[in-house]
Design a protein around this ligand. Structure first.
Ligand code: ARG
Length: 461
């Protein structure tokens, strides 16, 4: 029998036009699915034998042959052939070359439509697990830096204006909180990809008595899809995973922005080990935070990946359409971009060296304790609105005199309200001001330490 190249078979006489073949082929990118394609095919072949659909000996040769084919592609002994379109046809053709006739039984009761839907879910779940590990590495790096900087005070900002003092540890742990949510969203997306589509066939299932649950269990799925038309046309799991990935990348972009600000001469809060910085080709003095900027910038492409996925799916009729092939590259790009960004973010966090003196100078300037003055008056019975007004007047006086609030004499305070007593100056102590913020989620020393201990317990240090 003459060998048909690719999936078209003898219904077709000639080959695809070269320009058509170029656009049709996906093997340049879907070769990432190789281990998942082999796992899916192996589980399928074993099930076919268990169900008496193919001989047991054939299933053994298929499983052994598939392992050899995977090895050959991985170490470069086998070359991907674009004329064979995709990873599925490349693996199958190579298998048939390797084991002969038995290889021709593998595709029984299956279509590339349920095959690729399965491979992509397996890929999404494996990559989600990897990303979760990377997120946890970054969370650990943040917690480690936080643990070293519990007693470093810095300005907390709103509108990028100095607002109230916080602990550097507290500021760093805000990013841990974002990444903790990202982790949950990625785990959730992975759970939703937990139904195995094999058995959905091209669109209308199969006439063979497949054991769908058995294949699903062998591949680590939690169950099977419930509608064959949806199973081959569904890429929701990709949209969800890339959505979670995009939000995580956006969080990293915010961290990147902070690193850029902190490393500027204007802030001067931190420097970064040279292994994580670039220089300038013209200005010899420059040490640039390129990696922090790239993490920030890459959020653009990952958001774009999510938009691309949604746009491909919009308006697609049931069931499988080749448009779905266009969901692969945005998925790979988003996952790979976040993976690299998380590795770089972890490295940068670990190698940030904070200038604790600069942070202390910054927190000491700008009347950041004005709210304490108002709270003091409230503790003596005044309404907050009136107290806010008086504190504002005192800030004005301090600015006129070129001092901080603690530099004003007691008489000036008492000129505004007779409720002021000498203990107001204790309230203007930074450490005390912070430790009074003793609520869950607040920057009091005890709360921050509790939070660090909780996270070290969860993540290990
Ligand atoms: N490369 C294809 C994809 O990613 C595999 C499925 C092909 N199915 C088909 N009916 N042409 O969607």
């Amino acid at each position: 029998m003459s060998e048909p190249k690719g999936a078209r078979g003898r219904r077709f006489e000639g080959t695809l036009a070269p320009d058509a073949a170029e656009v049709n082929a996906s093997v340049a990118f879907d070769q990432r699915l190789l281990p998942h394609d082999v796992a899916g095919s192996t589980a399928h072949a074993r099930m076919l034998a268990r169900q008496g659909i193919i001989p047991a000996g054939d299933a053994d040769s298929i499983a052994e042959g598939l392992a050899r084919v995977q090895g050959a592609f991985e170490d470069g002994r086998a070359q991907w052939d674009p004329a064979l379109e995709d990873v599925h046809m490349n693996v199958e053709a190579r298998l048939i070359d390797d084991i002969g006739e038995a290889g021709r039984r593998l595709h029984t009761g299956r279509s590339r439509n349920d095959q690729v839907a399965t491979d992509l879910r397996l890929y999404a779940r494996a990559e989600a697990a990897r990303l979760i590990g990377r997120i946890d590495d970054v969370r650990r790096a943040l917690v480690a830096q936080a643990a070293r900087h519990v007693d470093v005070f810095m300005p907390g900002y709103t509108h990028l204006q100095r607002a109230q003092p916080v602990r550097l540890a507290h500021h760093l742990l805000a990013y841990e909180a974002m990444l903790g949510r990202d982790r949950g969203r990625i785990a959730d997306a992975s759970r939703r990809a937990g139904e195995c589509p094999l058995g959905a066939g091209a669109l209308a299932a199969t006439t063979f008595p497949l054991d769908r649950e058995g294949v699903a269990a062998a591949l680590g799925f939690e169950g099977v899809t419930r509608n064959s038309l949806d199973a081959v046309g569904d890429r929701d799991f990709a949209v969800e995973l890339v959505g979670a990935v995009a939000l995580c990348q956006v969080h990293l972009s915010r961290l990147g922005e902070e690193i850029v600000l902190w490393m500027s001469q204007e802030f001067g809060f931190a420097r970064l080990d040279e292994a994580w910085c670039s220089g300038s080709s013209i200005m010899p003095q420059k040490v640039n935070p390129d990696l922090a900027e790239l993490i920030r910038g890459k959020s653009g492409r990952v958001i774009g990946d999510w938009v691309a996925l949604m746009t491909v799916l919009k308006g697609l009729p049931l069931a499988y359409n080749k448009d779905l092939q266009e969901t692969q590259e945005p998925l790979y790009d988003a996952v790979e971009t976040l993976d690299a960004s998380l590795r770089v973010a972890g490295g940068m966090i670990t190698h940030l060296v904070f200038d604790t003196e600069a942070l202390r100078r910054a927190v000491g300037q700008g009347h950041l304790l004005a709210t304490e003055v108002a709270d003091y008056l409230v503790s003596k019975g005044m309404s907050f609105r009136n107290a806010h007004d008086i504190a504002g007047a005192l800030v004005r006086t301090a600015i006129e005199r070129g001092v901080e609030l603690g530099g004003l004499p007691l008489e000036v305070f008492q000129g505004e309200s007779e409720l002021f007593e000498p203990d107001i100056f204790e309230w203007l102590d930074l450490g005390r001001a912070l430790d009074r913020r003793d609520v869950v989620g607040g920057p009091a020393r005890a709360r921050v330490e509790q939070e660090i201990a909780r996270l070290q317990g969860e993540l290990g240090d």
